[in-house]
Design a protein around this ligand. Structure first.
Ligand code: 5GP
Ligand code: ZN
Length: 112
């Protein structure tokens, strides 16, 4: 299967790694929307939030366990936003579950 983020996790496509453990890979977004913009992804391929099931949801917990460490490494001392886009209405462009971690400035008010 051809998946951009699976290729990044495998090192076939270069990325700027911020954090890695057995379950999670986190790297800088290529097109940052804030001074800090990191993507945290599960090492297993899951298409997006719609692909989370009782059998694979533990990797989501692993990502959220890693997020405070990723924020600390990234110097986010005053808060941050975590976003996942799912499907066309949310403009998901890469069909591998990922969480945007955004911060380093006062972020604009958002829908949620
Ligand atoms: P989505 O729109 O699916 O929520 O987010 C996909 C994100 O992946 C975008 O913010 C985009 O900038 C980022 N992205 C797309 N291709 C690459 C890439 O090759 N390398 C990195 N580091 N980020 C990428
Ligand atoms: Zn993938």
């Amino acid at each position: 299967m051809d998946c951009l983020f699976c290729s990044i996790i495998k090192g076939e496509i270069p990325s700027t790694k911020v954090f890695e453990n057995e379950w999670v890979y986190a790297f800088k977004d290529i097109n940052p929307m804030a001074p800090v913009h990191v993507l945290a992804v599960p090492k297993v391929h899951i298409s997006g939030a719609d692909g989370i099931t009782a059998d694979n949801s533990s990797c989501v917990a692993k990502i959220f366990e890693a997020i405070p460490e990723i924020a600390r490494i990234s110097g986010l001392k005053n808060g941050y936003r975590v976003i996942t886009n799912c499907g066309p209405d949310a403009c998901q462009s890469v069909p591998h579950l990922h969480f945007h971690i955004l911060g380093g400035t006062q972020l604009p008010d958002s829908l949620c």
